[in-house]
Design a protein around this ligand. Structure first.
Ligand code: ATP
Ligand code: MG
Length: 453
């Protein structure tokens, strides 16, 4: 770099966020909770590529959906001309993979995934261009039982995450034929009220009139409220399926409201659809959406296989967790190792490895351009690290074969600092930490401590 001309900084892509270390413990807590809840229902993880053939989404999601019309990051691979897209959601990819690897050959499968999704939307609170979803797909199940199980799994997750302000909205959008009859009546109704339709609605009138019901335009609300309701068009089987879902939810005390205007964005849904909604996040209040998508496997060229799933928005849920006021674990280590002098540094390396062998999280002080730093500046770093203990090896300690152990969080003054023999230091620190764990309500970061004697 030339001396008088500073290089210009390159910033990240708009709407795509860096998840910084300060937020890492919250993400980790969320991910661990999600994993254990899904596991407790017998769901198995699947990891599919972030890039898929563009045709997969065009066919799977439907050509006239918001996502396919205007939100996809699609590009041509200049090396070979392939048309590719950064996945805007994962159901299409998971179903493709299940089909490609014949995953359901020996019975139905409960699958889940987590990862980044990409949609070219206007970035705002709760709406990003790279965001994260956790989702589940139950493939090969046809009854209302799995629909209810997926919903109850979500409820358990909210409970485990300490989230209480999320309510369930439920609807049935029937089968293709039922929607077809409804659609004809719906278009006729909207045509009668053509003067009230906004530009978006007019554009959708003949391509996707169901989506007009989903409008956020206040001027259209009253008219939309009076529109023919799909639920009134359900046939015997769809009705029984919907009743079945509700019966299980009621029996398990899962509250819900039926929202006859609830439709989902993608074309592949049928029968049960649901959303989990909160009032705490402004207009981006849907934290999870799901439903049944029986037609999708066949649309992808497989043999007819019923399925049901959901996807939740991780950023929105994390924002809710932060708003809940609960204190989450911060980044911190168990031990920060302070040392002065070359002999001390060598001992500090050995000691830090032994502490890690015992299961502790250890930060060893290392040099910067300012050098190794004074004792005082090292202790400042130890404090900032959040360590429970600073272990100090100075020239005196090296000469005497000792280590000084300073409790950084002890309340009683006399417990603050002790000197122990080098070979006893690991045992001493482990005893102290395990002891503190018995007395206090322990935080998550210490749960993994174990002994290797
Ligand atoms: P919305 O109506 O908010 O646009 P959607 O119907 O497009 O949502 P889905 O495709 O069902 O959303 O995705 C499931 C969940 O993923 C949403 O309920 C939401 O929590 C989250 N989500 C969707 N798009 C975004 C985004 N651009 N940024 C952050 N989270 C998102
Ligand atoms: Mg959307």
């Amino acid at each position: 770099m030339s001396e008088n001309k500073k290089a210009e900084k390159i910033v990240g892509v708009k709407g795509m966020n860096d998840i910084l270390p300060a937020d890492a413990p919250l993400w980790e807590l969320f991910e661990n909770t999600v994993q254990s809840v899904l596991k407790s229902y017998g769901f198995q993880q699947i990891r599919t590529p972030i890039v898929e053939p563009t045709a997969l989404f065009a066919r799977g999601l439907g050509a006239v959906t918001d996502i396919v019309e205007k939100e996809m990051y699609s590009f041509t691979d200049s090396m070979n001309g392939d048309n590719l897209t950064l996945r805007p959601e994962s159901t299409a990819g998971v179903v493709r993979a299940a089909l490609e690897h014949n995953l359901t050959y020996d019975g139905p499968k409960r699958l889940w995934y987590a990862g980044p999704m990409f949609r070219h939307e206007r970035p705002q609170r709760g709406r990003y261009r790279q965001f994260h979803q956790v989702g589940a797909e139950a493939i090969g199940f046809s009854g209302p039982d799995i629909d209810a199980e997926l919903i109850m799994l979500c409820q358990r997750l909210w409970d485990d995450l300490g989230l209480s302000d999320i309510r369930l909205e439920l609807n049935s959008i029937g089968d293709a034929e039922e929607r077809h009859r409804h659609r004809a009546d719906l278009i006729a109704y909207f045509e009668q009220h053509a003067d009230l339709l906004d530009e978006d609605a007019r554009r959708r009138l003949h391509s996707n009139p169901l989506r007009i019901l989903d409008t956020k335009n206040p001027a259209m609300q009253a008219m939309v409220n009076e529109a023919p309701k799909l639920i009134d068009y359900l046939g015997e089987e769809s009705r029984a399926h919907f009743e079945g879902v509700q019966k299980i939810l009621r029996h398990n005390s899962i509250p819900f409201t039926i929202n006859p205007r609830l439709v989902r964005g993608m074309d592949y849904y049928n029968r049960t659809v649901f959303e989990w909604v909160t009032d705490q996040l402004g207009s981006q209040g849907t934290v999870c959406g799901g439903g049944r998508y029986d037609p999708l496997v066949e649309m992808f060229g497989g043999k007819a296989t019923p399925a049901c799933g959901f996807a939740m928005g991780v950023e929105r849920l994390l924002e809710l967790m932060k708003a809940s006021g609960e204190q989450f674990a911060r980044n911190h280590c168990d031990v920060y190792l302070v040392h002065q002098g070359e002999g001390a540094q060598m001992q500090a390396f050995v000691l830090s490895e032994r502490l890690r062998d015992a299961g502790l999280d250890v930060v060893l002080h290392c040099a910067t351009t300012a050098g190794t730093g004074s004792f005082k500046s090292q202790m400042k770093r130890a404090d900032a690290s959040g360590a429970a203990f600073a272990l100090i090896i100075g020239e005196d300690e090296v000469a005497a074969g000792n280590v000084t152990v300073k409790a950084m969080r002890a309340e009683e003054e006399q417990n603050k600092q002790v000197t122990v023999a080098f070979d006893k230091a690991v045992e001493h620190v482990v005893d102290q930490i395990v002891g503190a764990g018995d007395e206090h309500d322990h935080d998550h970061n210490h749960e993994h401590i174990h002994y290797h004697h």
